[in-house]
Design a protein around this ligand. Sequence first.
Ligand SMILES: Cc1cc2nc3c(=O)[nH]c(=O)nc-3n(C[C@H](O)[C@H](O)[C@H](O)COP(=O)(O)O)c2cc1C
Length: 221
Amino acid sequence: MTLKEAMLVRHCVREYTDRPIPDDIVAKLRNTVDECNRESGLSIQLVVDEPKAFDGIMAHYGKFSGVRNYVVLIGRKSPDLSEKCGYYGEKIVLTAQTLGLNSCWVGLTYSKVKGAYTVGKDEKLVLVIALGYGKTQGLPRRTKFAEQVSASEGEPSDWFVRGVDAALNAPTALNQQKFFFTQRGNGVEARAGAGFFTKVDLGIAKFHFELGAGKENFEWI
Ligand SMILES: Cc1cc2nc3c(=O)[nH]c(=O)nc-3n(C[C@H](O)[C@H](O)[C@H](O)COP(=O)(O)O)c2cc1C
């Protein structure tokens, strides 16, 4: 399965079985995390077999169960930290899907666990991603229409239409989809609306847009 195929079949999953992630799959995930950290300068960490983060009242309130594995998105404080976490986190989410794992982005409904990962002095933990074998594969959800989240100067290119479609497939906090893409020739401007975790959402949506449009067809402006 390619990342593009993974994007089409992935849905958020909150309930997991107790099946452990085999060592070879953990090793592949660690490789992807290392690659993302090298490229981005983030300090993303994979936590395996740790049940406490999703054992508190917040996680139950959020309807999570059986979560024992998660990715923690951490990086040095900077204006683009949230967007970077979204972009590279979604690369990990879709890679996990190609490896047969389910996932859910989690901004609020988890607990911080001392000793499970390290957050440096000038760093911030932005959010986490639950990972594991889901009890189900999740369900499709409602989505906005392309006209609500995009515009173009002149006739939109095919690659732009494909990019916006892929962005509409991106998970967003509360399924809010508060992003907007504008085509100007070969350039695309992407903006986040106001609200809860919208900069993370924008990073996720931009990763999907690139997969749908093809990075070689345009540049971010
Ligand atoms: C940045 C972000 C934060 C999220 N935070 C939470 C959360 O705290 N609790 C929760 O249950 N789901 C959370 N979600 C999951 C979304 O509700 C879910 O991804 C969205 O409804 C879209 O569904 P999909 O992932 O199946 O496309 C979050 C998603 C994103 C992208």
